[in-house]
Design a protein around this ligand. Sequence first.
Ligand SMILES: [Zn+2]
Length: 556
Amino acid sequence: MKLKYLSATLATALCLVAAGTGLAQNSAPPVQKVTAATPAPKLVVMIAVDQFSADLFAEYRGHFTGGLARLASGVVFPSGYQAHGATETCPGHSTILTGNHPAHTGIVANNYFDLSVTRDDKRVYCAEDESVAGTTSKSGAYAPSVKHLLVPTLGDLMKVRDPEAQVVSVSGKDRSAIMMGGRQADELMWLAPTGLASYRGTTLSPTAQQASAAVAAAINQPRPGLTLPADCAARDIAIPVGDKGATVGTGRMARDAGDFRRFMASPEADGAVLATAAALRQARKMGEGSSTDLLIVGLSATDYVGHSTGTEGSEMCLQMAGLDRELGDFFARLDATGIDYVVALTADHGGHDLPERNRQNAWPDAQRVDKALDPEAMGKAVAEKLGLPQPLLYGDGGDYYLAKTLTAAQRKAALAELLPRLRAHPQVEAVATREELDAHPISKRAPDSWTLLDKLRASYNPQRSGDFIIALKPRVTPIPEAGVGYVATHGSVWDYDRRVPILFWRKGLAGFEQPNAVMTVDIMPTLASVIGLPVDASKIDGRCLDLLSGPETSCR
Ligand SMILES: [Zn+2]
């Protein structure tokens, strides 16, 4: 089977024919160079590729020939940073179009604990409304919501300026669509086993329903294995994981009909999102009116591939080739409309390969986290030793919360036992307490020179973060045992999880490369400037990046 995925199929199903827009150009006029005097583009396209680390971009950059090659010829920041410490999907997506660190977006983790909620499940998913009766934070059992996002997105501000501005957000994951889409999006949706889903009680538009049916049909088709491109051959090595004879590294992405998880861990998922985004743009005539519109695209497959099979095998090589091709098809479709559009692409966090392959590839010290660091296990041990009520400790990731029922003296005793115990653990780099973080200002320095406390502070919010936060040592993978479908992850304070590419492209915009460190919180003010939208600099953490090389500036 050729490396040609769903977008072509969907494009046909959805009649995505450029000529139908009336904007197709038969003979291309000479490209006008973008200058400070060039009018604002009519369409902003924001693309987030989940887990697309700066390391992956560097590894595959020379192989790209499609959409990623085009973006790599634009304005390139190879050392972009999701600067904060909690390098998870929800916090990362919350920085991209708000210009704010998670400390200010309020999205401190994928899941945090609110011990004051009335339901039994005290864990709160970043993109849910936990006050809806009968819900839990468990996947599929929550009510999706934007309520926890504390700051406006670019789309929200565009709509304040011009209510006619259209904002559409489509993603593989709900939290990606929601954290980038904000409160005012006209349409917001994500992939689901049934095709596309949105907020409870929201009816998909007719175009989205059509796309949803096409996506569902694709999921319900089996898929034969893909042919490995020649330049992937060197990565095609089986790596044993776990003790049941499983391996990763040589996969071809074959799947059975209806296998949604395998669909998500392949370029098919990205193709489905891109085809849906293109269909919605066309149906809504985005970029064809008097306003500037915003099309937000969240591509999640790279993350699913990274988690299920790691970053250095045949699977990621297939994914990179597919992503590049799908993006190329998407841009070609936009080009055919003749609309002047600007694209920004980045990632919500980086990533790190599984320890089993790292150990084979010159990193013998790579390891998996000790089960004793699990909050439940640790809370139980300390509660039993001190005779304290249980459960004592809540946690899911780096943040640890002490039970609210403790007296001040009990709390003090628990911390006096827990903190030295944790700090003495050979896999723990540091433990930062709420008091330390409260006293620490958010760094104004470039993110490549941040201290560990600077990183943790940027994703610390006093209302939502834990009583203390644990940072593991580098190359300790926080998955105690590799299981099928989940062998590698991100989330650490280390640069492999923080560094992401930040790429801008617009027809006629002269490309340049700036290897110095910039941040994903810089993207929002940069795009706002390009479309002439004023932003109150005191309300954001980022700064405008000047996309015009030479004396002119795109920052106004
Ligand atoms: Zn992610």
